[in-house]
Design a protein around this ligand. Structure first.
Ligand code: ITT
Length: 183
């Protein structure tokens, strides 16, 4: 079974392709340019993006909107994670966290899939905390400042941890169960 993943982010694509391959699903990247809507809701963004992507490709396709939500920053950067990384970077986030005792945060992903009829969504969440400094070389985005709950290493220090605990992995697992039950 082959489906399209509409994303401009090669790292997101590579992680998803590897995870879904293990579930017997082959992914193909569908790169399309589109102006993402602004919203605090990952689901609203994902639903808008899937409508645009399906209109163009007219094939079974999914999108995934994700972000890092930091409790003591009232959920920032959240749905604006990509924008915040470009604007203030990891140093900027760590600066905003200076002096904060509460470093709790979570990653969340929302997948929206359309096979021609309905749009279905799947969510995945990974709780954890923001490290004091960036650590590790693997992964991408905020991986070097995120430590999953109950662990000591950042996602960028242990890709094995990321692959079994991440928001992406959890949302893709729900998605693949749904796809495989329809076959
Ligand atoms: P597309 O919309 O084209 O798929 P994007 O990079 O703009 O690509 P998002 O709008 O979903 O994707 O932005 C999510 C941002 O959140 C992403 O750019 C990263 O900075 C961050 N992010 C998402 N998942 C992450 C992960 O697993 N590890 C680290 N950072 C992540």
């Amino acid at each position: 079974m082959e489906i399209l993943f509409a994303t401009s982010n090669k790292n997101k694509f590579n992680e998803a392709a590897q995870m879904l391959k293990a579930e017997g699903i082959d992914l193909k990247q569908y790169s399309f340019s589109y102006n993402e809507i602004r919203s605090d809701s990952l689901e609203e963004i994902a639903r808008d993006a899937i409508t645009a992507a399906y209109k163009r490709c007219k094939l079974p396709v999914f999108v995934e909107d994700s972000g890092l939500f930091i409790e003591s920053l009232s959920g920032f950067p959240g749905a604006y994670s990509s924008w915040a990384l470009n604007k203030i970077g990891l140093d900027g986030i760590l600066k905003l966290m200076e002096g904060k005792d509460n470093r709790s945060a979570y990653f969340e992903a929302c997948i929206a899939y359309r096979d021609g009829y309905d749009v279905v969504t799947f969510r995945g969440k990974c709780p954890g905390r923001i490290s004091e400094e960036a650590r590790g070389e693997d992964g991408f985005g905020y991986d070097s400042i995120f430590i999953p709950e109950g662990e000591h290493q950042t996602f960028a220090e242990s890709i094995e941890l990321k692959n079994k605990l991440s928001h992406r992995y959890k949302s893709l697992l729900e998605f693949s169960k749904s796809l495989n039950s329809r076959r």
